[in-house]
Design a protein around this ligand. Structure first.
Ligand code: UT7
Length: 331
C-alpha cells in the first residue's frame, strides 16, 4: 500500500538571521559558512513554541486540502525540541487544529524523523479500517538547544515546521528505515538535570558522562564523523528503498534530501551518479531544521512547481541516533 499526499503547509519564524549577524556571537564569517555548508541565513523563533509552529503548518495544510479536521485519525509530530517532556507536542496541536477524533503522539528519530513518521502513518492507514487521513508534522525549535558560543554548531541550525495530510493509495511506494546506535555519541543533546545527591555515575564513567555534563543541554556533535556517516547513509537509504521496487536512482524524478550541508548532498549525489538538477536544496535560507528540513524543502519545491503530480519522489534523511532512511513514492 502507498500514500497520497493531499496537501502540505509550512511555517517559518519571521526572524531571519544572516551569517553576518552570527559574527556578533562567535568568531566566524559569511564566506567560511557559505563555502563549508552552503548556508546563508536561517529562521530563528522569537517566541514561538514548537507546538505553535507545528499547529500553524497543520492549519495551512488543512485549509489547502479542504478536509474536515474531524476526519483526521492520526497526528504524528516529529520533533527533538518538545515544549514539554509531557504532554506531547502532537496532543497540543490536536487541540489547536480541532482534530478531536485523532490519536496523537510525538516521534523522535532526529533529522530522519519525517521519513520515520510518514512511514509510520502509512502503516496506521493500512491497518486501521476507519482511518481516513493522517497528519504528519515536523516542528523544530533548534535555537533552544543551540550553543551560540560554539561556532562549529551554531552556524548550522534553524527553526521551522512543515506538515502533510496523507491518505492511503495504491500508488508506488517503498521505504527503507535504519539506525545505528553505535554512533549515538557523535551527535547528542542532553536531557534535564537530576539531583546530584542521587547520582552515581561511576558505573558509566568512561569519559562520556563528563563530556555530557559539561555541555548543558545544547547540541554537541563530532562534525567530521557525522559528515562521513551522512555521505554514506544518504545513498544507502535511497538505494535500499529503490532496490525493494526494482528501480534505480535514475528512475527517480526528484530527490528531497535532509538539508544539513550542501557538500554532503553534492558528495552523495556524485557517489550515486545523480545530477544535482533533480535534487531540491533549500538550506541556503533555512539552515538545518532537523526533522522539519525535508518537509520544508518538499513544500517549497511544490510551491515553485518543481514537483508535479505523477513524479517519482525520494525523501531521504540522516541524523542523530544515528538514524537514516528513505521513502520513494509517486506524488
Ligand atoms: O543533521 C545532521 C547534523 N550535522 C551535520 O550534518 C554536520 C556534518 N558535518 C559538517 O557539516 C561539517 O563537519 C561542519 C560544517 C560542521 C564543519 O566543517 P569542516 O569542513 O568539517 O570543518 P572542521 O571542523 O574541520 O574545521 C576546519 C577549521 C577549524 O580550524 P583549524 O583547526 O583548521 O584552525 C575550525 O576551528 O574551521 C574552523 N571553524 C570555523 N571557522 C570559522 C569551525 N567552525 C567555524 C566557523 N567559522 N563557524
Amino acid at each position: 500500500m502507498g500514500i497520497n499526499i493531499i496537501s502540505t503547509g509550512s511555517y517559518v519564524p519571521e526572524q531571519s538571521v544572516t551569517n553576518d549577524e552570527l559574527t556578533k556571537f562567535v568568531e566566524t564569517n559569511d564566506e567560511w559558512i557559505k563555502t563549508r555548508t552552503g548556508i546563508s541565513s536561517r529562521h530563528i523563533s522569537a517566541w514561538e513554541p514548537t507546538w505553535h509552529m507545528g499547529a500553524e503548518a497543520c492549519k495551512k495544510a488543512i485549509e489547502k486540502s479542504g478536509i474536515n479536521p474531524d476526519d483526521i485519525g492520526l497526528i504524528i509530530c516529529c520533533t527533538i525540541t518538545n515544549d514539554f517532556h509531557t504532554p506531547s507536542v502532537a496532543c497540543i496541536i490536536q487541540n489547536e487544529i480541532k482534530a478531536f477524533n485523532a490519536m496523537a503522539f510525538d516521534l523522535n528519530a532526529a533529522c530522519t524523523g519525517y521519513i520515520y513518521a510518514v512511514d509510520t502513518a502509512r502503516r496506521f492507514l493500512e491497518t486501521e479500517d476507519n482511518m481516513k487521513y493522517a497528519i504528519v508534522v515536523a516542528s523544530e525549535n533548534l535555537s533552544r538547544i543551540t550553543d551560540f558560543t560554539d561556532r562549529s554548531t551554531c552556524i548550522l541550525f534553524g527553526d521551522g515546521a512543515s506538515a502533510a495530510i496523507i491518505e492511503k493509495s495504491d500508488k508506488l511506494y517503498s521505504s527503507y528505515l535504519a539506525s545505528d546506535g553505535s554512533g549515538a555519541r557523535t551527535l547528542f543533546a542532553r536531557c534535564i538535570d537530576r539531583k546530584e545527591e542521587f547520582a552515581d555515575d561511576t558505573e558509566f564513567d568512561d569519559g562520556f558522562v563528563d563530556l555530557v555534563k559539561s555541555r548543558k543541554h545544547a547540541l554537541v556533535q563530532n562534525g567530521k564523523e557525522v559528515y562521513k556517516f551522512a555521505t554514506k547513509a544518504l545513498p544507502k537509504a535511497l538505494e535500499g528503498a529503490a532496490k525493494k521496487i526494482n528501480i534505480t536512482a535514475d528512475d527517480i524524478d526528484v530527490i528531497v534530501p535532509h538539508q544539513a550541508n550542501l557538500r554532503i548532498i553534492e558528495t552523495a549525489a556524485k557517489n550515486m551518479q545523480v545530477s544535482m538538477e533533480k535534487i531540491i536544496v533549500t538550506l541556503d535560507h533555512n539552515g538545518n531544521t532537523s526533522s522539519a528540513s525535508v518537509p520544508l524543502a518538499f513544500d517549497e519545491a511544490l510551491e515553485k512547481g518543481m514537483i508535479k503530480r505523477g513524479d517519482k519522489v525520494c525523501i531521504v534523511g540522516f541524523g542523530a541516533g544515528l538514524t537514516y532512511g528513505a521513502i520513494i513514492f509517486e506524488y
